[in-house]
Design a protein around this ligand. Structure first.
Ligand code: LMR
Length: 395
């Protein structure tokens, strides 16, 4: 049966990370996958997560299945981060949530619920977007159109073009937006632009689906949720895919949640029930460990404030690295890299060609995606100079 089954090429992101791991050059630099690395090149476990883990291990009495909907503390915690306490109170029972295996699981279950409600729905995705969005949601059966977003010429958001494309969307279409720290460009709408988008989606009856994988890594927990909150002031329904990989550092534990806002309590309940049923068809119950840790961190005042402080330092360090890279590249190349300082989160495009990105990998062991997306959080005091020299040499 499998004699002629094709062997597939490696994933465009994970395959390059694997190539970097296999590179014997001791000075190699990995700027591929979106993972936060500290000054020593380690992806650290948050102190609050370590404490929660010790408590969990000492108190845990069973490994029985999780409830299908997931850990209630985790689901309340992630919603309080998105909406804020006041927003939670205002929404009341119009919101529901289901724990998922990471942010991918959340995007997938969100897509399943969309498909159940509107099997012919068209999803508008940004050009470019995270390369897994379309296969992840498309395998459910949804259709896609793209809206212009990042302009390589402007080195930023082409908002006019984005609006012009979304003007063509039909009532009932879905608009996939990145809540903050757009992946791969790092370019986010301003709060004012979020307001305009909200107005457009409300007028044209478009449904926002928000991928929210980097809350707290752009400007701060509340600042990064401001766009979503602005949309919710004008639009009654929303699906939000949350990941706790980056901002709680639970990458391998696969902790995430799909959060629903319905027009009323019945709609919110229906959306969650559809997500639970879709999960049952694929993997049955969510994994426990990561969500139980995050649930403890988010529901314990002491752990939560320790986590918020550490996340704030990480966010600050990423923004400091942005400033250092911007200055060093501008000096080394005499070109304007000012855009790096205005973007948010882990990613920026360096504006290199595919061939230049390949040369950097092959000749200098500096690994970035073919699109020249780099993970800013992979830089540190030891490798930043080497990366700048390498980039300058291919420009
Ligand atoms: C990335 O874009 O590098 C991250 O979201 C990790 C992944 O799964 O691709």
């Amino acid at each position: 049966m499998f004699d002629s089954l094709p062997v597939l090429p490696p994933d465009s992101i994970l395959g390059l990370a694997a190539a970097c791991r296999a590179d014997p050059n001791p000075d190699k630099v990995d700027l591929t996958v979106g993972v936060y690395m500290d000054e020593t090149g380690l992806c650290p476990v948050f102190e609050a997560v370590q404490q929660a883990q010790q408590a969990l291990v000492s108190e845990e009495q069973t490994k029985v299945y999780m409830p299908p909907q997931g850990d209630p503390d985790y689901l309340t915690g992630v919603r309080s981060l998105i909406f804020g306490e006041a927003g939670m109170a205002a929404l009341g029972d119009r919101t529901s949530a289901v724990q998922t295996p990471g942010g991918c699981g959340a995007v997938r279950l969100g897509a399943e619920v969309l498909h159940a409600a509107a099997p012919g729905a068209t999803v508008w995705v940004s050009d470019p977007t995270w390369p897994v969005h379309i296969p992840l949601m498309g395998s459910v059966g949804l259709q896609f159109k793209t809206y212009r977003y990042y302009s390589p010429e402007m080195k930023g958001l082409d908002f006019e073009a984005m609006l012009a494309d979304l003007e063509a969307a039909q009532a009932g279409d879905v608009v996939l937006l990145h809540g903050c720290c757009h992946n791969p460009s790092g370019v986010d709408p301003t709060l004012e632009q979020w307001g305009v988008l909200a107005e457009l989606m409300s007028e044209r009856q478009l449904l926002p689906m928000i991928d929210f994988a980097y809350q707290g890594m752009g400007a701060g927990l509340d600042e990064d949720a401001a766009g979503i909150r602005a949309v919710l002031e004008r639009v009654p329904e929303m699906i939000i895919a949350v990941s706790s990989s980056k901002n709680i550092g639970l990458y391998r534990e696969r902790a995430g949640a799909v959060v629903f806002v319905g027009g009323d309590a019945r709609a919110a309940e229906a959306m969650a029930s559809q997500a639970v049923s879709a999960a049952r068809r694929v993997y049955s119950m969510p994994p426990a460990h990561g969500a139980l840790l995050a649930g403890r961190v988010l529901s314990s005042p002491a752990l939560r404030s320790a986590w918020e402080a550490e996340l704030g330092q990480i966010c600050q360090r990423i923004n400091d690295l942005r400033g250092q890279l911007r200055d060093a590249l501008t000096t080394a190349t005499e070109r304007d890299f000012g855009f790096i300082g205005t973007e948010h989160g882990m990613f920026s495009f360096l504006g290199l060609s595919v061939e230049q990105a390949q040369r950097l990998r092959e000749e200098q062991s500096v690994y970035m995606l073919d699109s020249s997306r780099i993970n800013i959080a992979g830089l540190n005091a030891n490798n930043l100079g080497r990366v700048v020299e390498a980039v300058a040499s291919v420009l």
